[in-house]
Design a protein around this ligand. Structure first.
Ligand code: C5P
Length: 242
């Protein structure tokens, strides 16, 4: 079912708003994403409650610190039972490997499910000039691919990448299994909001995305469940047409 590929971003500040959205959408999407806003306002115990209620959660916390600190925080995330979370590839190979190793050892010991660990590559808000100013000679898309390869060799399960980089990453992976989660997806019925590099659900999946993250086009719709169904349908039309 294509709706399992759809991750809805719970970009709200309170438990109450989040629960209302979950009620409306739990049968229409494959997973919910909790980002820094809701995580900061409602905390880890709320995440734990949602997991216990049977929700599949992507905790979008983008950890970036020294290896010891990130790995320790990642083990705490694993204790919550989330389906997926992320760390910055810019933290370096040692940070990524240590995180994967410590999470796997904890889950093996505790008999807990192993969360998928994704790498954040280059944020879409960062452009070539910003990289140059920081002394990085690469174009953003080349750095994204470089980070994706590094994440793959460090044992991570996948990356977050914009629609522009998905194809290049798939090419370089040469068939290796690796998840690509793509935000910045805009169906035909929605506006682009502040997303600069956008794509449709159909072209995101055709370009190699395993999951798409959608927030405002669903949250701001008059009928949210219907908006989610329309987005899922776009992906279904794709699989039927292959
Ligand atoms: O509302 P919208 O569909 O633009 O939401 C996209 C979600 O994906 C937001 O939660 C945003 O933080 C996240 N995201 C993004 N671009 C990235 C990484 C994450 O839009 N490069």
């Amino acid at each position: 079912m294509s709706k399992t590929k759809l991750i809805f971003a719970l970009d709200v500040s309170s438990k109450q708003e989040a629960l209302e959205l979950i009620d409306e959408l739990r049968d229409e999407v494959g997973a919910f994403k909790i980002g820094l806003q809701l995580f900061t306002s409602e905390g880890a115990s709320f995440v734990g409650q949602l997991v216990e209620s049977g929700l599949r959660l992507f905790l979008d916390v983008k950890f970036h610190d020294i290896p010891n600190t990130v790995a320790a925080a990642a083990v705490e995330v694993a204790k919550l039972g989330v389906w997926m979370f992320n760390i910055h590839a810019a933290g370096g190979p040692e940070m990524m490997k240590r995180t994967v190793g410590d999470v796997n050892s904890y889950c093996a010991k505790a008999g807990a499910p192993v969360p998928k660990i994704l790498a954040v590559t280059v944020l879409t808000s960062i452009d070539g000039n910003m990289l140059k100013a920081a002394g990085v000679a690469l174009e953003p898309r080349d750095l994204v691919v470089k980070y994706a390869m590094s994440a793959s060799s460090c044992g991570l399960d996948g990356v977050i990448a914009s629609p522009l980089e998905t194809g290049m990453i798939r090419e370089r992976l040469d068939g290796k299994e690796f998840l690509i989660v793509t935000p910045g997806v805009r169906p035909a019925f929605a506006t682009n909001d502040d997303q600069k590099r956008v794509t449709t659900p159909k072209s995101a999946v055709m370009g190699g995305a395993d999951f798409i993250v959608v927030g405002r086009p669903i949250r701001m719709a008059e009928d949210r469940a219907d908006a989610a169904r329309r987005i899922a349908r776009e992906m279904t039309e794709l699989s039927n047409s292959i």
